[in-house]
Ligand binder design. Sequence first.
Ligand SMILES: [Zn+2]
Length: 235
Amino acid sequence: MILRGYSNLTGVLGLKSGLHIGTGADPGKGQPLPIMVSPRSGQPYVPGSSLKGKMRCLLELTYDRPRTDPRDPGSPCQCGVCQICLLFGSGSAATTREPTRLIFRDCFLTTPSTELLEKIQLEEKPGVRIDRVTGKAAKGALFPMERVPEGCEFKLEISVRLFENDEADAVRKWLAMGLFLMEKDALGGGGTRGSGYIEFNKIQFDEKAFVDKWRDECEKTKDSLKKEVQIKKKS
Ligand SMILES: [Zn+2]
């Protein structure tokens, strides 16, 4: 397979609610769950792996996973040949026949958001469990979490490896659908409880801006995408 070149998607990932991408570390009783920060700048960022994982998961839930690990029903598709495996890589080394197309960069804060977060603190959102008998906050059941405050923005960048038979425009359509689904869903922790409501703006693919109504386009093509848009021409 000949690597013909790269396409590039850029944009701005904006927060419509606070974002919690946790480190998984146990902060100790009563302390807020910490978020990922850059060790160099101390500022929060969105790891490429978080974006990639969420987009892949939503596309698989929407368009199916032809083959999963029978010992792990929740695992990513392992068929190695569906559109999602071609874009994101097969979930199994044994069925990997070609390189992954999509490269998700870590997303760092825009300059205005960096300046804002140098002045204000990260949000510390309290969480409580409601006692089912009393209907009040249960004793000792506080679980606060750190969040990047709503309104902050990150720089989005996804590189696309294009092999000899790949259609850049088909990759663009699959990526647009992935972004569209992520806006409808949530990113990071606490997504079913208000956190991680995101939007993508100023999107460009190979320096060409997405049309204003790109979300309407995705809505219209959602059911036909899998059948009609193939990233790889039959060789
Ligand atoms: Zn697959």
